[in-house]
Ligand binder design. Structure first.
Ligand code: AMP
Length: 113
């Protein structure tokens, strides 16, 4: 997708701090981390939100969710981690290519906001 920063990262046109990659997803460190460890798991198909997702894209998201525990373990997140998937304006979504935030490396407490 033209002008999508995550599509450009997937295509290698913009550099990223890559943590994991396979044919379905790319995981890289967030440029503006909100926790000691903050990565983004990005399916390699452009769609903005779950509401726009088709069946094939849902399969990619499923593969991301299956792979994330292994990635979290490789990042040393043995004490746990938080996943966030912002959807639209009120959630503060700024990049309109679905992505799963992986946050951890510290005690984030019980409050979500
Ligand atoms: P969201 O607010 O859920 O859309 O999150 C988008 C995230 O992408 C933010 O946490 C940004 O810091 C992150 N981000 C934007 N551009 C880049 C980039 N070039 N490399 C890594 N992370 C990025």
């Amino acid at each position: 997708m033209e002008n999508c920063v995550f599509c450009k990262i997937i295509a290698g046109e913009i550099p990223s701090s890559k943590v994991y990659e396979d044919e379905d997803m790319l995981v890289f460190r967030d440029i503006n981390p909100q926790a000691k460890v903050h990565c983004l798991c990005v399916p390699k198909s452009h769609f903005a939100t779950l509401a726009e997702m088709d069946e094939a894209q849902a399969e990619l998201v499923k593969k991301c969710m299956i792979k994330i525990p292994e990635i979290a373990s490789s990042l040393g997140l043995d004490g746990g981690y938080r996943l966030i998937v912002n959807q639209g304006k009120d959630a503060g979504q700024t990049v309109h290519h679905l992505h799963i935030h992986i946050l951890g490396g510290q005690d984030m407490g019980e409050k979500m906001l």
